[in-house]
Design a protein around this ligand. Structure first.
Ligand code: MUC
Ligand code: MG
Length: 367
């Protein structure tokens, strides 16, 4: 079965609650739906979420690179030639979410053609993950109220608190207020999106030393090479590399250089093929991993949970699988549901999801 066409369709779905963090903010899911068509009529899907302030990709740029550069190199390959796909995409440096979406849509098509789930193809460790929710910038009172809503409504008990690029005292007050309100009934960690210097990061982490944080993520830029190494050496919690590790080679560089001690695996960034490489590398090095979220919609979240639930290592920690809760709608016929703090892998072949044609019609941004 051969790849006959690769489609890239822009869509836009407003957020009911915009997410704000140190490197940007998101008010609308201006994503790209990627569909891989085979010559036998099977269609695999995935979504690419552009994050211009992180990787420089835009919705228009993703569409252009898929249509003009990637699709012509992939048409005619079979669904099982995924390493050929990977090698061809790797000729282009960058464009991580465009590459990842193409890769995942091919895996979805493969699963559908074999009548097997992608989760089973990848490893099939379990069918669900515990969920971690991201709390964007707001006042301490509003962030505690939001966490309370998420606990009550979805049973989620792990929170990643966005910090950085605003007064350090405000960020630490948020984390202190959350711990004060919930006591030891929730897990907490912080993500700076490169918003602090190394010295600010250490000051903040010392100030929060009594708050029992699980991790610190990307508090300062990886390009502050010695500063970040110094910071990581002074911390007594794992330091997660996120946007500094868009490829397995970056993981090696950051970890061997002493600038990271844990890894965020984002299927939106490394697809299934690259995420598997990152997973195996992390396992071999004995690193903690967290399934991260590139502020994915439900298609991307189905990808993340299919991958995260496929391996033992990725299920040890709650996965970031809930950003879609802040969106006003989505494209799936059967929406994802988080219950009792868990998200199940959608049942069925491939990713187990279907695109609702009416919803796609309503939200597509190319007409
Ligand atoms: C995260 O973990 O950083 C925000 C920016 C980005 O690139 O990803 C999100 C979430
Ligand atoms: Mg992050």
């Amino acid at each position: 079965m051969k790849i006959a066409a690769v489609e890239a369709i822009p869509f836009a779905i407003p957020y009911t609650k915009p997410l704000k963090f140190a490197s940007g903010e998101v008010h609308s899911a201006d994503h790209v739906l990627v569909r891989v068509h085979t010559d036998e009529g099977i269609v695999g899907v995935a979504e690419a979420p552009p994050r211009p302030y992180t990787y420089g990709e835009t919705q228009d740029g993703i569409i252009a690179v898929i249509r003009q550069i990637f699709a012509p190199q992939l048409v005619g390959l079979t669904l099982t030639e995924r390493e050929v796909v990977t090698a061809r995409l790797a000729r282009t440096v960058g464009n991580p979410t465009a590459k990842a979406a193409v890769d995942m849509a091919i895996w979805d098509a493969l699963g559908r053609s074999l009548d097997v789930s992608v989760n089973a193809l990848l490893g099939g460790y379990t069918d669900r993950m515990r969920v971690s929710h991201m709390l964007g910038f707001d006042s301490p009172e509003k962030m505690v109220a939001e966490a309370e809503r998420i606990v009550d409504r979805y049973g989620i008990r792990t929170f990643k608190v966005k910090v950085g690029r605003r007064p350090v005292e405000l960020d630490t007050a948020v984390v202190r207020a959350l711990r004060g309100h919930f006591g030891d009934t929730i897990e907490l960690y912080v993500d700076g999106n490169r918003g602090w210097t190394a010295a600010e990061s250490l000051r903040a982490m010392k100030e929060m030393a009594d708050l029992d944080l699980l991790f610190a993520e990307e508090l300062c830029p990886a390009d502050d090479v010695l500063g970040r190494r110094w910071l990581v050496g002074h911390l007594d919690v794992p330091f997660i590399a996120d946007e500094s590790v868009p490829t397995p080679a970056d993981v090696t560089r950051e970890v061997i250089g002493g600038s990271a001690t844990a890894i965020s695996i984002k299927t939106a960034r490394t697809g299934f093929t690259g995420s598997r490489r990152v997973h195996h590398l992390a396992e071999g090095l004995g690193l903690e991993v967290v399934i991260g979220n590139q502020i994915d919609g439900q298609i991307g979240t189905a990808c993340a949970v299919s991958f995260g639930a496929a391996f033992e290592l990725t299920t040890r920690r709650a996965g970031e699988l809930s950003n879609f809760l802040d969106m006003s709608d989505d494209l799936l016929t059967v929406p994802l549901r988080i219950r009792d703090g868990e998200l199940h892998v959608p049942p069925g072949p491939g990713l187990g999801i279907e695109i609702d044609p009416d919803k796609l019609d309503r939200y597509r941004a190319d007409r």
